[in-house]
Design a protein around this ligand. Structure first.
Ligand SMILES: [Zn+2]
Length: 423
């Protein structure tokens, strides 16, 4: 516990490090990571040898492009023994399993020291938002997570609420928890807020609400703010990587945990120009048991145009644009993200009652649940017209379907593209 506490103190100071000191810290960690990955992990040695690059070739963040990429698919196809550092016993590691929504899950192994880092990265976000150690919290997740040192001490009691329970049960558990901190994916927060609202139930006001794991749309933000009395903090993270970018009180963009994660925004292999969408490629600077170097997430963000006025020096991602596979492709390389679609259909279709599907280059399809769950005919016609404007010159058509593709994953599908990734 003291170790985590000391680590947190150090990490909180990093939030306001001068840019040159932050860069020096990143590069020191990068050099150590790359050397470790090359010398201890067969997978990276093979990858780097094939690319003709050794640990001495990576001195600064500018050398990062010399390193090969890694992907979830590559990792899944590689035997575990090749992914783990020499001497790591899987049975002594914490195992994190990414959601299987896009195929077989990926398992990531962490030794205790790395687990401390991962938890500290998450706790730092809460502390930056005024978290106090005695705050009760509730977290929505498909499966309950472990009790950690805080809770073993009886501090900061945490209630896990399974999103596989009926929504009325989830509301009841949340009300009983009287949670001051509420954490969950926007889909779960939205469902619970809607149900509490419909039942005329007043929930104890939260001090901090964290919305993580998918796009937080403005309507969900407003609903959660009204029902839980706290404006949600959007957080970007993955199971493999932890929570690595988060909104501050300005809600202007997401601050990257740049002391623990190096983020590149790329179109293919080249950096996305500032202000344009790029794929988030992450190098986890503190992972050692199973390093993740230049890991292509398939998630989109916009490269920052400005610094945040809050005074924190951690760099910003301007927006969280959803997934690469959840993006519509228009002629001339123009992309329409899930956030654009949500904005265009605002007030016509509720999230979860529609999906926009692109199977071919010149057309998209608006799939709607039948009324009364889905929109009635006039609203559907307005939504189709709005979508047509958004994706012009693509053809648009609407269909009704009993279930939405991708339903039941705990996330709300908005756009599904079956085209090859645009970059
Ligand atoms: Zn800020």
């Amino acid at each position: 516990m003291l170790l985590t506490y000391a680590l947190l103190g150090h990490m909180r100071r990093s939030v306001r490090l001068a840019p040159d000191r932050l860069r020096a810290l990143q590069e020191r960690r990068l050099r150590a990571l790359v050397r470790h990955a090359y010398e201890e992990v067969p997978y990276y040695r093979r990858l780097m040898d094939a690319a003709g690059v050794g640990p001495d070739d990576v001195r600064t963040a500018d050398d990062l492009p010399r390193l090969p990429f890694t992907t979830k698919d590559l990792l899944r196809r590689t035997p575990l023994a090749d992914l783990l550092a020499r001497g790591v016993t899987p049975g002594r590691c914490a195992v994190l399993e990414s959601s299987g929504s896009s195929g077989t899950p990926l398992r990531v192994y962490k030794r205790p020291r790395e687990e401390r880092f991962r938890r500290a990265v998450g706790l730092r976000i809460l502390l930056e938002h005024g978290f106090r150690w005695r705050n009760r919290s509730a977290q929505f997740q498909q499966r309950a997570g472990p009790a950690v040192w805080l809770q073993r001490l009886g501090l900061g009691r945490k209630h896990w609420i399974s999103t596989s329970l009926g929504v009325e049960t989830q509301v009841r558990l949340l009300a009983a928890a009287r949670a001051q901190v509420v954490i969950g994916p926007p889909t779960a927060l939205r469902a619970v807020a809607r149900a509490a609202d419909a039942a005329g139930l007043t929930l104890a006001p939260a001090r901090i609400v964290v919305a993580a794991g998918e796009l937080l749309d403005p309507a969900t933000r407003a609903l959660v703010r009204r029902v839980l009395a706290a404006d949600p903090v959007a957080v970007y993270g993955t199971t493999e990587m932890g929570y690595l970018a988060w909104q501050c009180e300005r809600r202007a963009g997401l601050h990257v945990s740049a002391d623990t994660h190096l983020i590149e925004l790329l179109r293919g292999e080249t950096p996305a120009p500032a202000g344009t969408l790029g794929e988030i490629v992450v190098t986890d600077l503190v992972a050692r048991a199973m390093p993740l170097v230049r890991y292509r997430t398939g998630d989109l963000a916009v490269a920052p145009l400005a610094q945040c006025p809050c005074g924190r020096s951690l760099p910003l991602l301007v927006a969280h644009g959803g997934r690469l596979a959840g993006t519509l492709q228009l002629p001339g390389g123009r992309l329409v993200t899930a956030a654009d679609v949500v904005g265009a259909l605002d007030g016509m279709c509720r999230l979860g009652t529609f999906v926009v599907v692109q199977d071919v280059l010149d057309a998209v399809r608006l799939e709607l649940l039948p009324a009364p769950d889905g929109p009635d005919e006039p609203a559907a016609a307005r939504a189709l017209a709005a979508l047509g404007q958004l994706v012009a010159p693509l053809r648009v058509a609407a269909t009704r379907a009993g279930t939405m593709p991708g339903a039941g994953t705990g996330k709300t599908p908005i756009v599904l593209s079956r085209l090859p990734a645009p970059f």
